[in-house]
Write a protein that binds this ligand. Structure first.
Ligand code: NAD
Ligand code: DAU
Length: 340
C-alpha cells in the first residue's frame, strides 16, 4: 500500500486533495499533518478522520523533533507539502511566521525525507514566485522558465522554498517535483481570500472591499482541477521538474466580484473601492502547456460552472464559514480593513 504524507491537509487545497485521494486512490494510506493555525480546520475533515487509512497528526512542519519522530513512525513513500502561511495581506503585516513555516518547514520536511528515504517529495509552490505581468501585454504568460521575481513577503518565502527544493534535488539527489499553480477557488476556501470573502459579505449585504481600481488580473482554477494535476505529477511527473498549473482563465477582480454578485442576485452597489494592497501584483497568467503535453492533464471545470458550484457550497455550508467569521476573524477584518 502506498503511504502519502499530506501536510496542510486541514486547509483549503490540502483538504480538497485529501478528498480527491480518498475518492481516486481508496487503497492508499494518508498521513495528514497540520498545525491547525487559524487557517486549518479539523471540522473540514470530520467525515474522513475515522477512516482506517487516514492518520491525522497535529504538528508544525518546522518542528524538527516532531517531524523526524513522525517519519520514524510512519515512513511515508510520498510527501505532498501544502502546509504554508498563504495570505499575502497577512505577510505584509507580519512576515516572520511566513519565513518559518514556508521556508524552514520545507527544509525540515526535506531533511526528514533525506534521513528516512522517500519515493517522491512534491512541493506545492505558486505562480506568485514569478512576480507579475503588465496589463498591456496579454501575449505574455508565465512558463516554467520565467525567472523568479517576487513582490510580497509571502511570495518571497514561497520562492525561497521552491529554490531550496531544487537545491536539495541537485545537491543531495532528493527525488522532487514542484508545481506552480494559479489562483484556486472552491469549497473550504478561507473567507479572508477574495471569492469567499465576497460571498460571505454579500450574503450579509455588507460592503465588498475591492483594492485599488479592481483592474488587477488573476488566473482562476477550480480547486479540484489543481488536485488532479498534483495527482498526475506525483505519479507520472519527471523527477527534478517544475510544472505550471492553470487553465487560461484570466479575470479582473472587478469581473470576478460582479460574477459572484450576479450568481447571488445581489446588487453591484455593494462594491466599495478601498486603498490598494502594497506592492499589489498586476496580472498573473499561467502557460500550462507542459502539464498538458507531458501529463495529458487539463482542467474540467469552467469558471461559470465552478462559481455556481462554489456559491452553492457556501449557501449549503453556512455553518462552516459562519463559525470562522464569528471568531477571531472578526477582529482580523476590523484591523486589516480599518484604514483602507
Ligand atoms: P490555507 O491557508 O487554506 O491552508 C494552509 C494549511 O497549512 C492550514 O491548514 C494551516 O493550518 C497549515 N499550516 C500552516 N503552517 C503550518 C505549519 N508550520 N505546520 C503544519 N501546518 C501548517 O492555504 P491554501 O490556499 O490551501 O494553500 C495551500 C498551499 O498551496 C500553500 O502552500 C500555498 O502557497 C499553495 N498555493 C495556493 C494557491 C491558492 O490559490 N490558494 C495557489 C497556488 C499555490
Ligand atoms: O496565485 C496564487 C496565489 O493566489 C496563492 O499563492 C496565494 O496563497 C493565494 O492567497 C492567492 O493570492 P492572491 O493575493 O492573488 O489572492 P487573494 O484572494 O488575497 O486576492 C485576489 C485578488 O483580489 C488580489 O488582486 C487582491 C484582491 N483583493 C483581495 C481581497 C482579500 C481585493 O480586491 N479585496 C480583498 O478584500
Amino acid at each position: 500500500m502506498t503511504k502519502v504524507l499530506i501536510t496542510g491537509g486541514a486547509g483549503f487545497i490540502g483538504s480538497n486533495f485529501v478528498f480527491h485521494m480518498l475518492e481516486n486512490h481508496p487503497d492508499y494510506e494518508l498521513v495528514v499533518v497540520d498545525l491547525l493555525t487559524y487557517a486549518g480546520n479539523l471540522e473540514t475533515l470530520k467525515d474522513v478522520l475515522d477512516r482506517p487509512n487516514v492518520h491525522f497528526y497535529k504538528a508544525d512542519i518546522a518542528d524538527r523533533e516532531a517531524i523526524f519522530e513522525l517519519f520514524e513512525n510512519e515512513r511515508p513513500d510520498t510527501v505532498v507539502n501544502f502546509a504554508a502561511e498563504s495570505h499575502v495581506d497577512r505577510s505584509i503585516e507580519d512576515p516572520g511566521i511566513f519565513l518559518r513555516s514556508n521556508i524552514i518547514g520545507t527544509q525540515t520536511l526535506m531533511d526528514a525525507c533525506r534521513k528516512y528515504g522517500i519515493g517522491r517529495y512534491h512541493q506545492v509552490s505558486t505562480d506568485e514566485v514569478y512576480g507579475d505581468l503588465p496589463l498591456d501585454r496579454p501575449d505574455l504568460f508565465f512558463t516554467e522558465e520565467t525567472p523568479l521575481h517576487t513582490s510580497s513577503p509571502y511570495s518571497a518565502s514561497k520562492a525561497s522554498a521552491d529554490l531550496l527544493v531544487q537545491a536539495y534535488h541537485r545537491t543531495y539527489g532528493l527525488p522532487v517535483t514542484i508545481s506552480r499553480c494559479s489562483n484556486n477557488y472552491g469549497p473550504y476556501h478561507f473567507p479572508e481570500k477574495l471569492i469567499p470573502l465576497i460571498i460571505s459579505r454579500a450574503l450579509a449585504d455588507e460592503s465588498l472591499p475591492v483594492y485599488g481600481t479592481g483592474e488587477n488580473v488573476r488566473d482562476w482554477l477550480y480547486v479540484r482541477d489543481h488536485c488532479t494535476a498534483i495527482d498526475r505529477i506525483i505519479h507520472d511527473g519527471r523527477v527534478g521538474e517544475v510544472y505550471n498549473i492553470g487553465g487560461h482563465n484570466e479575470r479582473t477582480n472587478l469581473q470576478v466580484v460582479k460574477t459572484v454578485l450576479k450568481e447571488l442576485g445581489k446588487p453591484e452597489s455593494l462594491i466599495t473601492f478601498v486603498k490598494d494592497r502594497a506592492g499589489h501584483d498586476m496580472r498573473y497568467a499561467i502557460d500550462p502547456a507542459k502539464m498538458m503535453r507531458e501529463l495529458g492533464w487539463e482542467p474540467t471545470t469552467t469558471f461559470d460552472e465552478g462559481i455556481k458550484k462554489t456559491v452553492k457550497w457556501y449557501l449549503e455550508n453556512e455553518e462552516w464559514w459562519k463559525n470562522i467569521i464569528s471568531g477571531d476573524y472578526q477582529q482580523y477584518y476590523e484591523k486589516m480593513y480599518a484604514n483602507r
